[in-house]
Design a protein around this ligand. Structure first.
Ligand code: SF4
Length: 227
């Protein structure tokens, strides 16, 4: 496969007046897809971090993840040639490509984010999200499904789209699925819930699991903490 460094295309956007990280794109709130991972862990974290603006230090696991991620990125760039998103999609219909840190955005669904790695072959599109362990949690599945949805909306490509979770720093893809209508409906439901939270139509739900609170970096700021 040929390494392709995708150059991001720009959209006009403005920052949300009160929620850090939300952008308003084409008249709709647009949030980072990575927030879906937090939503599955505890929605209240999102409230504390982005609505109340509480800052905490990154955990050791986060720092280690960033380090591995950066190493992969540096190695990839050495052999990569630049191209636009549309050029890579078109080229991949006849020649397999591999790209990292591919920016995807769906103004209609109000989501955006960077795909860790994407393989585009004439037969299929494989969207990979790297994770520190090898457990497929609902939250991480939601994240990769949202990338699939954004990619699909950007291209309207008829090729099969697959989502996969890979153990960071290895070749171990420990979960994968075809992004079918069922997966699309499920992720749309969750995305709509996120938008309802930001629009104040629904409350941010705190986890009831004290084990999650034990390893939460917001516990000392959280009035909903269960320990
Ligand atoms: S301490 Fe518990 S309830 Fe509070 S944000 Fe963290 S995980 Fe959620």
């Amino acid at each position: 496969m040929e390494n392709k460094l995708i150059i991001n295309e720009k959209y006009s956007k403005e920052n949300h007046p009160t929620i850090e990280g939300i952008q308003i794109i084409e008249g709709k709130n647009n949030f980072p897809i990575s927030w879906l991972n937090q939503q599955g862990y505890c929605e209240y974290q999102i409230y504390l971090q982005y609505m109340k603006g509480i800052k905490t230090s990154p955990t050791n696991a986060m720092l280690r993840g960033t380090e591995v991620h950066n190493t992969l990125e540096e190695n990839f760039i050495k052999d990569a040639t630049p191209a636009t998103f549309d050029e890579v999609v078109e080229m991949s219909k006849t020649q397999a490509t591999i790209s990292r840190e591919c920016f995807v955005i769906s103004p209609d669904d109000g989501i955006r984010g960077f795909i860790d790695e994407i393989w585009m072959t004439p037969e299929e599109i494989v969207i990979i999200d790297d994770k520190p362990g090898n457990n497929a949690y609902p939250s991480t599945i939601n994240q990769v499904r949202a990338y699939c949805l954004a990619f699909k909306n950007m291209t309207n490509d008829k090729r099969t789209i697959k989502g996969g979770l890979r153990q960071r720093g290895t070749d171990n893809i420990f979960w994968s699925e075809i992004f079918d209508d069922d997966a699309e409906n499920q992720i749309r439901f969750t995305i709509n819930r996120m938008h309802a939270l930001f629009e104040g139509q629904k409350p941010f739900m705190a986890t009831k699991n004290p084990n999650k609170c034990r390893s939460c970096r917001y516990q000392s700021y959280c009035e909903e903490c269960k320990i």
